[in-house]
Design a protein around this ligand. Structure first.
Ligand code: CTP
Length: 444
């Protein structure tokens, strides 16, 4: 009996897949189809797959062509499978010509001509394209524009900015008119100064546009609530943009901790700092730059609120301002007290420290090295170092890419699929409000 094997993602199964499977089957007597696991696809850069692994397997099964279906989970598995299943022929479409020649050592390798004019990527692209407009003046938006290019279903409509010179080369349409941008967009990504978020989001939502806004959404809790209500009334998506929440390592870390890997969480301590050039700081309009608490606060608060919840009993705030009007905190420290746990953040935009995340528990602790907010690695450590475990995950586009994928999916489904809950967004805005009001802020 001649055994044939082939692999693929088979997302939104189409005619090209079926033709490939039929021809693969015709090469022998028994066909094994390897369907890629979600994680494996992500690790090889396929982040946009629409259907879950079980849906994709079901679709392949429903063709009735495969005699056996297996799951492809890791790099190099093809060699293992060929040996394990005693395969005679390995085959894939001609888009892979040459890429699998290394398997010739184990079996015959045949590249079948790819069916022209159809692909999962094209179907994904056609089924939903969100015209996304960018808003803001920060370099960060160049990164967002770059990452958006990897996401099927996003078309960058342009940018509204007062710094056209920064973006002209990277982003097609540049305007200083917010109305002009929203007119040609279905959604906007706001990365303007946090003081402007409320007005911009209100305008965008009133114009019927979905919004992904760099956290904080608003500088008061009431404003944040109002914006969510407005978005809900209109059936629009509104959420914080916080790339860390979409990095695989961070997400897996939360899951491990929530499943008790370090026992009960007793303390969460997050540090986020960056240094600015002293002269740069002196020349800036201090009320128009992101101070420490707005630049880093939301990121640092994320693991605290996501692990310990938002119902803390007490909070202590301390800040070091560098201007007389006390608008620019170059450094801030916040301590939270929960029943049975504590937490702290240290944020600096002008003061440097070791920017790590440590989560202490009754059985061990999690250590995420600097810069933890864009990490691909963390450790779970125990009393006996021999028990320590290291975890590595691929990080694509600092989490921005996955964040955009989640956004497009949410817009398409009309349902918020975000990992950041409303409670967390509201609590972040509440803390910003406390800081701005300088209510109970100890000045150092
Ligand atoms: N295939 C084909 N003809 C097409 C599309 C795919 O013969 N028009 C083959 C591929 O060469 C591969 C198998 O079908 O052997 C599964 O491909 P997969 O990557 O799942 O499908 P694509 O449509 O190429 O997906 P994407 O656009 O996400 O790359």
């Amino acid at each position: 009996m001649k055994k044939v094997i082939t692999y693929g993602t088979y997302d939104l199964l189409h005619y090209g897949h079926i033709r490939l499977l039929e021809r693969a089957k015709a090469l022998g007597d028994y066909l094994i189809v390897g369907v890629t696991a979600d994680d494996f696809d992500k690790s090889r850069g396929k982040i946009n797959v629409q259907q879950s692994l079980s849906e994709r397997i079901e679709a392949v099964r429903a063709t009735g062509i495969a005699d056996e279906i297996i799951i492809e989970e890791y790099e190099g598995q093809k060699i293992d499978d060929i040996i394990k299943y005693n395969i005679d022929i390995f085959t894939v479409g001609s888009d892979w010509v040459g890429r699998f020649d290394y398997l010739k050592e184990y079996c015959e390798v045949i590249y079948l001509p790819r069916t022209q004019g159809v692909s999962s990527s094209e179907i994904r692209e056609k089924s939903h394209t969100v015209n996304l407009g960018l808003v803001g003046d920060s370099n960060y938006l160049i990164k967002v524009a770059k990452e958006a290019k990897f996401v099927n279903g996003i078309n960058l409509s342009g940018i509204c900015t007062v710094k056209p010179e920064l973006f002209e080369r990277n982003i097609g349409f540049v305007t200083s008119s917010f109305d002009e941008l929203t007119e040609c967009s279905d959604a906007v990504y706001v990365h303007a100064h946090p003081n402007k978020h409320y007005e911009l989001i209100k305008k965008a939502v009133s114009a019927g546009k979905h919004v992904l806004c760099e956290s904080p959404i608003a500088m008061t809790k009431a404003q944040c609530k109002e914006l969510f209500n407005l978005a809900d009334e209109r059936g629009l998506i509104l959420t914080d943009a916080l790339r860390t929440a979409y990095s695989t390592a961070y997400h897996r870390l939360l899951l491990l901790i929530k499943s008790g890997r370090i026992g009960n969480v007793i303390s969460v301590d997050a540090v986020c700092t960056s240094l600015k050039d002293r002269t740069e700081l002196e020349n800036m309009e201090l009320d128009s730059v992101w101070n420490s608490i707005t630049a880093w606060g939301p990121t640092a608060l994320l693991p605290i609120f996501q692990l310990l919840g938002t119902d803390y009993e007490q909070v202590d705030l301390a800040a070091r301002y560098i201007d007389e009007a006390k608008t620019f905190d170059a450094f801030s420290k916040v301590a939270f007290y929960y029943p049975g746990a504590v937490a702290s953040i240290k944020v600096g935009n002008g003061v440097k420290s070791e920017s790590e995340l440590i989560i202490s528990g009754t059985k061990g602790y999690a250590y995420v090295p600097a810069p933890w907010w864009k990490t691909d690695y963390f450790e779970i450590r125990y009393e006996n170092p021999a028990d320590n475990k290291r975890y590595f995950y691929q990080l694509d586009g600092e989490g921005i890419r996955n964040e955009l994928v989640t956004f497009v999916k949410s817009v398409e489904k009309g349902q918020n699929d975000f990992s950041i809950s409303r409670n967390v967004s509201l609590k972040i805005s509440e803390l910003m409000e406390k800081f701005t009001a300088k209510r109970d802020v100890r000045m150092i």
